[in-house]
Design a protein around this ligand. Structure first.
Ligand code: MN
Ligand code: MN
Length: 469
């Protein structure tokens, strides 16, 4: 998709389609005030009206798409409004868009127009080839917006593609290969620890969770050095490429979307890619503990004890609470290099789904400032987050008779329990934990994309890294 800027007035732009925002109760201009009065188009968010050019019309484009943006019109409203209409743009080779906020416009086009259709036998739909943003005079801000939107949308697309890929085509070593290819493209350091290296390194959580699969687990590490002066951020992302629940096997319904259980890992890989693309000063290391949680005679049993990277032991009392077992190893490993902060992301608990639903990502952590900064970054990205409590008394529920701890503490408040389980592995570093079990993968389309992987938290974490710069 080619993108250019134009300072021409909307009426004069030559394009197959001109997209024009209409604020609620406002005249769209171009002599269309009378037309919209007849069809009761008011400019409410969600309203759309496609008008082919007729003789005597006061514009040059072949057609105009009026898009209601409601009373507001901030960048979030613009991103969503453009995202909603983005699938329709594929019918027009050249589209001129007269919205403000260049970056949000282009993010809306890319995210809203995203398709994962490589598995369909029919040829792909046509795609918009050229987007002209009517931005008035370009003072450099607009051009930066174009470049930034491309990097951000590429990162979200990368994460979505990984999550949407069927689990049979994305086993742990496939994920490692995709990470390696991304790292090579962006000139980043990449390391993959295979089973042998995991054994030598004492990654008992990852090995225990991956024990039943014919597809061996691994740990993927991708690093972006930054300028070496601006500190470092350690990112850990849950990389369960498929979660059957293990011997505590899930129902078919619960299992059917479990290719999404590596969304945390996909998110963190996408964020490193974006950090490199944007040339951020802060250093970023992403670690993805990747394993397939399956069922076989080699499976970890309820009651088995695993020894983690830092030597702590866990009694596995629920084989379906596997994400925290692999993250424990990853956090302990990341903590060894003492980054300034640790952040993990995981499709971790049903508890966060029940508490916050599919719009809001849960955040917990040991550092008030970091949690606050992430929530603010989420607000800037238009990705809502809500803090859940690290309620100390519940840590009691993770006590084991035979090991340092166990991996479940009853069905109540499991988002809190999971975070309390992870905390000891963070070595006292400032740490925040994103539980996005409900927001990372949705069964219905949103304004910013079709059903399936959302890529949520990629933009939030990019915002956060930028705020450290
Ligand atoms: Mn599970
Ligand atoms: Mn899981």
């Amino acid at each position: 998709m080619e993108v250019s800027l134009s300072s021409l007035p909307a009426a004069e732009i030559a394009a197959d389609l001109l997209v024009l925002p209409v604020r609620e109760g406002h005249d769209p201009g171009l002599g269309l005030g009378g037309v919209i009065g007849q069809v009761r188009f008011t400019g409410k968010a969600g309203e759309e009206l496609l008008l082919p050019r007729r003789d005597g019309d006061a514009f040059t484009a072949d057609a105009v798409l009026l898009v209601g943006v409601g009373a507001g019109g901030d960048e979030h409203a613009v991103r969503r409004a453009v995202g909603r209409i983005a699938p329709r743009l594929a019918d027009f080779p050249t589209v001129a868009i007269a919205f403000p906020h260049v970056q949000a416009v282009l993010e809306g086009v890319r995210l809203g127009g995203y398709r994962f259709d490589g598995y369909k036998s029919a040829p792909q739909r046509r795609a918009v080839q050229e987007v002209i943003v009517l931005a008035g005079e370009d003072d450099g801000e607009e051009r930066r917006g174009i470049a930034r939107a491309r990097i951000v949308a590429d990162a979200v697309t990368f994460a979505r593609d990984l999550v949407n890929t069927p689990a049979g085509d994305l086993v742990p070593m496939d994920l490692a290969e995709r990470a390696r290819a991304m790292a090579e493209t962006h000139g980043l350091d990449v390391r993959v620890l295979d089973v042998e290296a995991l054994r030598e390194g004492g990654f008992g959580g990852i090995l225990g969770v991956g024990a039943a699969s014919v597809n061996p687990p691994c740990l993927i590490e991708v690093s972006y050095p930054g300028d070496g002066l601006s500190g470092t951020v350690g990112l850990a992302g849950k990389g369960i490429t498929f979660d059957s629940g293990g011997l505590a096997i899930k129902s078919l319904k619960a299992m059917s979307t479990m290719k999404c259980d590596m969304a945390g890992g996909a998110t963190m890989l996408a964020v490193v890619q974006a950090a490199a693309g944007l040339g951020l000063p802060v250093g970023v290391t992403a670690v993805v503990p990747a394993a397939e949680n399956m069922v076989s005679g080699a499976a970890t049993r309820p009651g088995d004890v695993l020894t983690h990277r830092d030597g702590r032991t866990t009694e596995v009392t629920d084989t379906d609470s596997e994400g925290r077992l692999v993250l424990a190893d990853a956090l302990a490993y990341l903590a060894e290099s003492s980054p300034d902060v640790l952040i993990d992301a995981a499709t971790l608990t049903y508890s966060v789904m029940h508490a916050l639903g599919e719009d809001i990502t849960g955040v917990l952590g040991s550092d008030r400032r970091l949690v606050g900064e992430l929530i603010e970054a989420g607000a800037r990205a238009g990705e809502p987050m809500w803090e859940l409590p690290m309620w100390e008394p519940y840590a009691e529920r993770l006590k084991s008779e035979v090991a340092d701890g166990k991996n479940e503490g009853g069905s109540f408040a499991d988002a809190t329990i999971a975070a309390l389980f992870l905390r000891p592995f963070t070595a006292g570093l400032p740490w925040a934990h994103l539980d996005f079990a409900a927001t990372a993968y949705r069964d219905k389309a949103t304004d910013l994309g079709p059903a399936g992987a959302t890529g949520v938290m990629v933009r939030t974490l990019i915002e956060y890294l930028e705020s450290r710069s």
